[in-house]
Design a protein. Structure first.
Lengths: 343, 181, 781
């Protein structure tokens, strides 16, 4: 790690003002702090940040902690839904009674992430903003497209864990498992800047796909802090499930994860659906064709299978990740049935 | 030289109360409450808790094996919750309480998990053992009657090359029973 | 027959306890102790005694090499090659030398030096520095300017075999092998990157195949696996005017001591190697290594202790690995199962070095008059391989045990029945019998017949491992005047708990409670110990402990005899007392007897004698016993055919190790072997990017290892197999316990889904592909 100075912000404005640039921008800046430029970034749980620092992918001159800012660790009901402060740890969110009762699929997604030790420290905000796990991206020796270089090493290289959609320029998968569930349940984000102005937007719209900008994964502005994740009130008729499949169950990133939300009437006819694929694309991938098939149908083995098959429409697997197609198809089908029938 | 720990702590806390006061990048004194004792230590902001424990604090029981939070060998308790000390900066611990493997026994009296590990041979080379013990002991603080699945969940972040997982599970379940008895 | 005054005749227990014990007569050296009875009648040996160093380990008190900090100690770091193949043209360390924290710089690659100027893998060491802090050392490395001339490289073994491939070596620079045959034979031809073949022929394989009623043939692949020791490679070197002391995470204190003496021109008596806690080796920490040599050189230059600890990337890229292999195996048999011919062709890669042989499973496990093997090393520009837990036999068994399984199906013979027919080992026969019952082999169904997406299956595989013995090793046992006892040897505990086993032996001989025995190991100040590789530690050192303890007991009994008015031969040591055998009322405590010693302590040193009936093979300081070690493992798996996920639900491991010394520690070893085998089967792979030659997963996150949730239920059964070959008749188990797991899993997967997976690791991607579920082409409309 490079040498950096440390400060602990007491207010959101202070934190926002203290961050000269986003981590994404900072990673494109020369890693040599000796050129005199001050770069400061914020630190939430620090799990992703410390990894980037230890890999010398990031060399800020200053790190500003968000830990002492009041109000960011609160989980509270809000207009029938739930407000989760961005500094709430994955562990605390996963076990919170209101999360478990009202958004059990989110609790599942959180509980399946990482390890107990990581969950005790990693924050939900940090989890959503973390940078990709692509092993070329994570190695300073590869100056890849996403870091401002000229080439994506994964497309012609080791891409077994990479995207099967939207992968023609940069093949990362979005690394947040929680995001898959949050997009499915229509979460919004609250962001605040140094003047105290806030903006809200749908999480789904916050992610940036490579064709818009392949050097960042999200719409966070410099001098802006993610302050809360807002979960809408869900109708009683909404059923959700999240499934994650790692190569192993003990502490692994997903090969594939799926979040399904189904608005069902009493005979299990679906009148609304969200089918989101994680670890499939650079952003959480909405399987629109699958949603179209299941809406209006009674959910059963046949309709679930049909929707699951359609979920992979448009997939463009790379040389080593075509196995994700049958894997996702299975997970989508099982998640649909779990949401509808086995709850 | 340290006059009294409390005087220095007071000074450090007062410093922290200044407007977003900046520490480092050079060495700066911080106080850390480790195993019930407040210790003063010189750290750079970039120093991890694991490095601070193993270096200036002389507590080498906490091991660094991967230095990326992927193996959990460096597990300590932070206010009773398990964390990877290699993924925590010493400077951010603040007033929270750190418990390391050295702080688990009470004098000569081993923690029930430690005793059970010995009896059930839940260790081999011993390098992953301190972290493993901390995770299993933490589990028993929160669950007096864990199942094997609970133990596996608690140690799911741990990597042991020698292959102690089966005995770790039986030892932890035995320790839980012994505690209840 | 002439009477030999140097030997005497003794009867030893012989055979497998669960089958029925008999006796065997041996001529043993007169100074050897009497035959040790079977475990059932012993007090401490063969009992599940907890580790003596357990308390230190569970409290974090054990000092591993990474924990050692000497006064004035410097921190060493190594600059490593960023290119897979390059000529080092210039190295400019002047800026690093000027860094205020730097105290020494040692070049490793020297421009212009034909032996070192070419680096051949990413991570190859270039130059080392020692500085006052890790941060200063890192900064200094950053200041070193190296000019590389890139050279063409190859990292794919198949491509490296092609005649047009970039060459890793020319014939002058290529590794030459060794006359011992380890890690590879000397004098083999080199064609491009392919060295070999090393050939082996027995009988007439051509005829054998012609006579066969059935022939199975298959191609198998195994991946490169890295050791992933939890404690990285580490050394603290303290060069002083009066001698060199080295603390090292090593599997062989005595060997490192010799290497240091030779490398630095020092007499043995001024070199000391010490290890207390040792965080895993698995074959990767058997020698001094470049990092070790460099740490000593830095210490000498800096006149200060130097510690080098490899970080996890260095561990993954340059601390050794299990070579990957491609094998074509052909087996021919008669209708009744008798084997008529075995033919094996293998290509393996140990990166820039040699040693990718696949061992002797195909040659030695089953009776077959006609055999041929043709093995090759293939050089690629990747980190050098080295021994890793059961080298050679592990990839070898992967192929053989699947081929035998396939043969059984072809002949419509049960796989166990086939092995009963062709496997001459009575030990493995008994292991098969016990294991089959435990796993419920009778319930095994035809392949792929479970309905539904989750399909279960049972599989079996066997392991074979030479019983290695280190002849050059010794132990000292001391009795103090207060009756306390010390056992001393340079042997190291790499996680097996050998110190406890040694204490058990001494306690048994001396009739003491084990807590009275203090064991001091891991220091070359003590009598030289065996290496802890090859699963030879227990076999090598425990007889020496018993012999030394028996000898020192004699000196004590001589004192006690005077006091008890008996002859020394009339006395026994038991329950902390010395008693007259035929009149137990005449006795004294062990401590009382010790109090009569002439001096503060009395001691005896003993070394490992030859096996009483001789060895099968002898190589300088080491030997291989007449009887192999082995085991039979059964796996029960559940395959999710819709996700490709394999769950190993249960493994029954039936193993042998001569006389089991401590069933508690042995169970841990076997579980560890099964877990390593499971991990090898399903998850692990060193992955190299073809375009840049770099390992893309040099960490413990994307290099995947079995964790708690991947752990099967493991049933361990250990036979007592007495052979009457030494003072303890004990042998090792670590490697035999890790060989059979992967092929047992593969055979179980075949039984579950009716499709055979021949390449490691068996990932979900591989399973789905084998089931025909992965689309080819790159789009889906």
């Amino acid at each position: 790690m490079n040498r950096f100075s440390w400060a602990s912000a007491r207010t959101i404005s202070e934190a926002a003002a203290a961050t000269s640039m986003t981590v994404a921008d900072a990673m494109k800046a020369a890693p040599d702090a000796a050129n005199g430029r001050e770069t400061s970034v914020v630190k939430a749980g620090g799990i992703d940040l410390l990894d980037l620092l230890k890999e010398n992918l990031l060399a800020p001159t200053k790190v500003v902690s968000l830990r002492d800012i009041a109000g960011l660790t609160i989980i509270a009901e809000q207009t029938g839904g739930l407000r989760i402060g961005s500094m709430v740890t994955l562990a605390n969110a996963a076990v919170h009674p209101l999360v478990r009762q009202r958004y059990p699929a989110l609790a599942d997604a959180l509980q399946s992430s990482a390890s107990p030790q990581i969950r005790n420290v990693a924050t939900l905000g940090g989890n959503l903003l973390q940078r990709p796990r692509c092993w070329y991206f994570r190695a300073a020796e590869y100056h890849c497209l996403r870091k401002g270089g000229g080439h994506c090493f994964a497309i012609s290289g080791e891409n077994q864990y990479h995207a099967i959609f939207d992968n023609q320029s940069c093949a990362i998968v979005h690394p947040s498992t929680a995001a898959t569930a949050l997009v499915a349940l229509g979460a919004t984000l609250e962001l605040a800047n140094s003047e105290g102005m806030t903006r809200n937007l749908l999480l789904e719209d916050f992610f940036v796909s490579p064709d818009r900008d392949l050097q960042r994964e999200n719409d966070l502005n410099p001098q802006e802090i993610l302050t809360a994740i807002l979960l809408p009130a869900l109708p009683a008729s909404l059923r959700m499930a999240h499934l994650k499949q790692g190569e192993k169950d003990s502490f692994d990133w997903p090969l594939a994860d799926v979040a399904v939300g189904l608005d069902l009437v009493s005979d299990r006819t679906c009148r609304g659906a969200a089918i989101i694929l994680g670890a499939a694309a650079p952003v959480p991938h909405r399987a629109k064709a699958a949603e179209k098939i299941i809406v209006g149908r009674r959910v059963d083995d046949a309709s679930a299978a049909e929707a699951a098959h359609a979920a992979l429409n448009g997939a463009t697997p790379l040389t080593k990740n075509a196995y994700k197609l049958p894997l996702f198809e299975t997970l989508v089908r099982r998640a649909i049935l779990k949401a509808a029938i086995h709850q | 030289m340290i006059e009294t720990a409390s005087a220095i702590i007071g000074a450090v806390e007062a410093k922290e109360a200044d407007s977003a006061s900046v520490v480092g990048p050079d060495l700066a004194p911080i106080s850390l409450r480790v195993n019930g004792v407040v210790r003063l230590v010189q750290i750079e902001p970039r120093m991890t808790l694991a490095e601070a424990l193993r270096g200036p604090l002389g507590l080498t029981g906490t091991k660094i094996a991967c230095n990326r939070g992927a193996c959990s060998a460096c597990t300590v308790w932070l206010d009773g919750a398990t964390v990877c000390a290699c993924m925590m900066l010493a400077i951010e611990v603040g007033t929270r309480s750190v418990t390391t493997i050295e702080g688990l026994a009470t004098g000569d009296k081993l923690h029930p998990v430690q005793t059970a590990f010995i009896v059930h041979d839940a260790l081999q080379c011993g390098f992953c053992t301190p972290g493993m013990v901390m995770s299993c002991a933490a589990l028993l603080e929160h669950k007096s009657d864990p199942t094997a699945d609970d133990v596996n969940a608690a140690i799911s972040g741990h990597f042991c090359r020698c292959g102690t997982y089966p005995h770790v599970v039986s030892a932890t379940l035995a320790a839980a029973s012994a505690r209840k008895a | 027959m002439a009477i030999d005054a140097t030997t005497r005749t003794e009867k030893f227990p012989y055979g497998i306890a669960s089958v029925g014990l008999g006796e065997v007569e041996r001529q043993i050296p007169v100074e050897e102790p009497s035959p040790l009875p079977p475990n059932a009648v012993l007090t401490v040996i063969g009992k599940p005694v907890p580790r003596q160093n357990g308390r230190a380990k569970v409290t974090g008190a054990t000092r591993f090499t990474v924990d050692i900090a000497l006064p004035g100690m410097l921190h060493g770091r190594i600059l490593r090659a960023p290119l897979p193949h390059a000529e080092v043209r210039t190295i400019d360390s002047t800026a690093a030398a000027r860094h205020p924290g730097v105290r020494a710089i040692i070049p490793i690659a020297t421009p212009g030096d034909p032996a070192t100027a070419i680096v051949r893998y990413i991570g190859a060491p270039i130059v080392a520095v020692a500085a006052v802090s890790m941060a200063a050392a890192e900064e200094a490395l950053h200041d070193i300017r190296v000019d590389y001339k890139p050279l063409p490289f190859v990292v794919d073994m198949d491509k490296a075999r092609e005649p047009t491939s970039p060459a890793v070596y020319d014939s002058a620079s290529a590794p030459k092998g060794h006359v011992s045959g380890f890690p590879a034979a000397a004098g083999l031809p080199l064609n491009g990157n392919v060295r070999g073949p090393a050939t082996d022929v027995r009988g007439d394989p051509v005829q054998g195949f012609a006579q066969a009623d059935a022939v199975v043939e298959g191609e198998f692949r195994t991946q490169v696996q890295t050791h992933c020791c939890l404690e990285p490679h580490a050394i603290v070197a303290d060069w002083r005017a009066d001698g060199l002391t080295v603390y090292m995470s090593t599997q062989f204190t005595a060997g490192v001591r010799h290497e240091l003496a030779e490398t630095f021109g020092l007499p043995l008596n001024s070199v000391r190697v010490i290890v207390d806690g040792m965080g895993g080796g698995f074959g990767s920490k058997s020698s001094l290594g470049t990092y070790g040599r460099v740490a000593v050189a830095l210490s000498r230059q800096a006149h200060a202790p130097v510690r080098i600890i490899l970080d996890r990337k260095e561990e993954q890229m340059d601390a050794g690995n299990r070579p990957g292999t491609w094998q074509r195996l052909r087996i021919g048999a008669k209708r009744d199962g008798a084997l008529t011919a075995i033919s094996l062709v293998s290509y393996g890669t140990a990166g820039v070095t040699v040693g990718a042989g696949i061992g002797n499973v195909a040659q030695a496990m089953y009776a077959c008059a006609n055999f041929q093997a043709s093995q090759h090393d293939v050089f690629i520009n990747a980190g050098p391989g080295c021994a890793m837990r059961a080298p050679g036999n592990t990839p070898g068994a992967w192929a053989v045990e699947q081929a035998i399984d396939e043969l059984a199906e072809r002949l419509s013979i049960d796989p166990l029945a086939l092995r009963d027919r062709i496997d001459l080992s009575p030990v493995r026969r008994e292991e098969r019998r016990i294991g089959a019952e435990r796993i419920g082999w009778q319930q095994r169904h035809a392949p792929g017949t479970d309905p539904g997406p989750i399909k279960r299956g049972l599989g079996v595989a066997q392991s074979l491992w030479g019983a290695h013995v280190q002849i050059n090793c010794a132990c000292e046992v001391r009795i103090m005047r207060d009756g306390s006892v010390e056992v001393l040897s340079g042997v190291q505990d790499i996680g097996t708990g050998i110190g406890t086993v040694m204490a058990q032996v001494a306690a048994e001989v001396l009739g003491l409670h084990i807590e009275k025995i203090t064991v001091r190991i891991g220091d070359t100040e003590f009598p030289g110990g065996p290496p802890s590789y090859g699963s030879r530690t227990t076999a090598s050192i425990t007889p020496a402990v018993r012999t030394a303890a028996s000898r020192v007991l004699q000196s004590l009994l001589r004192e006690a005899a005077l006091a008890l008015n008996a002859a020394p031969d009339d006395l026994v040591a038991r329950d902390g007392r010395i008693l007259v055998r035929h009149d137990l009322s005449r006795s004294m405590s062990f401590a009382e007897a010790a109090g009569r010693l002439r001096t503060d302590r009395t001691s005896a040193v003993a070394s490992r004698s030859d096996d009483y009936a001789g060895f099968r093979q002898r190589m300088e300081d080491a030997a291989i016993a007449r009887q192999d070690l082995g085991g039979v493992q059964f796996a029960a798996v559940a395959v999710d055919t819709e996700t490709g996920i394999i769950r190993v639900e249960r493994v029954v491991a039936v193993q042998d190790c001569g006389r089991p010394m401590n069933p508690l520690l042995i169970e841990s070893q076997v579980q560890g072997g099964v877990l390593m085998g499971t991990s090898y089967a399903l998850f692990e792979e060193r992955i190299l990017d073809q375009h840049t030659g770099r390992m893309v997963n040099p960490n413990l996150e994307q290099y995947k290892l079995a964790g708690p949730r991947e752990t099967p239920a493991i049933d361990v059964v250990v036979l007592e197999n007495y052979q009457g070959q030494s003072a303890t008749d004990a042998y090792g188990i670590a490697e035999p316990a890790s060989i059979a797991t992967a092929p047992a899993i593969a055979n179980a997967v075949y039984n579950a889904i009716g499709v055979r997976l021949r390449s490691l690791p068996i990932t979900p991607a591989a399973v789905l592909a084998a089931l025909g579920k992965v689309p080819s082409g790159n789009s889906r409309t």
